[in-house]
Design a protein around this ligand. Structure first.
Ligand SMILES: [Zn+2]
Length: 133
């Protein structure tokens, strides 16, 4: 199961600034660490702050209907909504789904491209010098 985009969409709903800032943070590789425990519906991560020497630890508990049940962040807005939490949710969507797709592809070797048959001439083309007169 992939990490749904709806967690991020719900979390940032109605706050354009929050969605934009988290998009920039993910694009800039500000998400330093990401752990997703599917069984526990629990996400943990570290997001780099705008100032380089700081990073914030984020924890998120996922609830039903793609809602966030509980969340914490070490930043000043950590009790409320902040873009670090949003960044973790967006990162999860972009990366967890990618991994799942790759795993399912490996499990199905049938989807690999068919092997091509080549003639001897294609494999061992005649050297140039034989063609010259
Ligand atoms: Zn924060």
């Amino acid at each position: 199961m992939a990490f749904s985009i709806f967690y991020w969409a719900n979390y940032t709903a109605g706050t354009r600034k929050l969605s934009r800032k988290s998009e920039i943070a993910v694009q800039s590789d500000h998400v330093l660490k990401f752990v997703y425990d599917k069984e526990a519906s629990y996400v943990r991560g570290t997001v780099q702050a705008s100032m380089r020497d700081r990073s914030y630890n984020v924890t998120i508990t996922l609830g039903p209907n793609y809602n966030i049940e509980d969340s914490t962040c070490e930043c000043v807005n950590g009790q409320d909504k902040c873009h670090h939490k949003a960044s973790i949710l967006l990162y999860g969507y972009k990366n967890v789904s990618k991994t799942d797709v790759r795993q399912s592809w490996i499990k199905n070797p049938k989807s690999a491209p068919p092997r091509q048959t080549k003639t001897m001439e294609e494999l061992f083309p005649a050297p140039d010098r034989f063609c010259r007169v």
